[in-house]
Design a protein around this ligand. Structure first.
Ligand SMILES: [Ca+2]
Ligand SMILES: [Ca+2]
Length: 275
């Protein structure tokens, strides 16, 4: 009988222990794990720190002077294409971005019209590359001329000796911009036409070398920004942050007025670091 009682006591103790762990009212709570918000890697960025084998203290407090084996160098991932190939004619006027066919911008000598002078809408191959906060990069090739003279030609960085701004300033509530003539410029839009926005964003200024030599740039919806050849003075790709609400990206050419007489074209694609 005593051994039966002993077993009963043991069983009761086990049941009590299990009820503490699994009984109702003691639901297991997941620990709060922060969602990883790792920044998107910069292209061609600094390599990971190389282990130089500096002294390491072990659990016993002994300092080891034996060099630890060198860690492999981890390179940041290279950006890859996130759009179909685009072609931007010199006649692409950024102030017609998102505007319907038939829209006109009247300059003293002639008129720019949509869609003939509309900027180029970039089609992403993956919608995720237009997610807010993501960095886009640009691959750009070609030559542009802001008029029909040979000495008006340049690459996508534009003519640094010819700083420009739109003579009509902000149009359709798209911001004005200051940038070298001929340079590649861009504008993010949401689903609204630009005119539905309450105010045009501030005018960004890229007319000095320093102003163009940013590592990253975060333009607003409806705010024209300089892209140039997409690289800084050291040849490194510049990152452009996608603003909240973006559904469209237009690319155009910098001029002061009258895009319809421009020559040449730029081509390329947008890039991203695939998550
Ligand atoms: Ca550049
Ligand atoms: Ca022109």
């Amino acid at each position: 009988m005593q051994s039966t009682q002993g077993l009963f006591t043991l069983f009761s103790a086990l049941s009590f222990t299990m009820s503490l762990g699994c009984g109702s009212g003691h639901k297991f709570k997941e620990p709060n794990v922060p969602v990883e918000t790792a920044p998107i890697a910069q292209p061609e960025g600094e390599d990971a720190v190389i282990d130089t084998g500096s002294p390491v203290t072990d659990e016993t407090g002994t300092v080891s002077t034996v060099p630890s084996p060198a860690l492999p160098v981890v390179k940041d991932p290279e950006p890859v294409a996130c759009s179909t190939l685009y072609n931007i004619p010199g006649t692409a006027n950024p102030f017609l971005a998102g505007m319907p066919e038939g829209t006109e911008i009247v300059y003293p000598a002639s008129v720019d019209r949509a869609p003939l002078n509309s900027p180029v809408l970039v089609t992403p191959t993956d919608r995720q590359c237009f997610e807010a906060g993501r960095y886009l990069y640009f691959r750009v090739e070609g030559m542009i001329a802001h008029g029909n003279m040979d000495d008006q030609k340049s690459d996508a960085d534009g003519l640094p000796t010819a700083p420009a701004t739109h003579t009509l300033e902000s149009v359709h509530k798209i911001s004005n911009v200051k940038a070298p003539i001929n340079s590649l410029i861009g504008i993010f839009l949401d689903d609204r036409t630009p005119e539905e926005r309450p105010e045009p964003p501030a005018t960004l200024d890229f007319n000095t070398g320093n102003q163009r030599d940013f590592k990253t740039l975060a333009p607003e919806i409806g705010q024209i920004f300089f892209i140039g050849d997409g690289k800084d003075a050291t040849g490194k790709l510049q990152g452009f942050t996608v603003p909240v609400g973006t559904t469209r990206l237009y690319l155009a050419i910098m001029d002061a007025y009258e895009w319809n007489n421009n020559l040449g074209k730029l081509s390329g694609g947008i890039l991203w670091v695939k998550p």
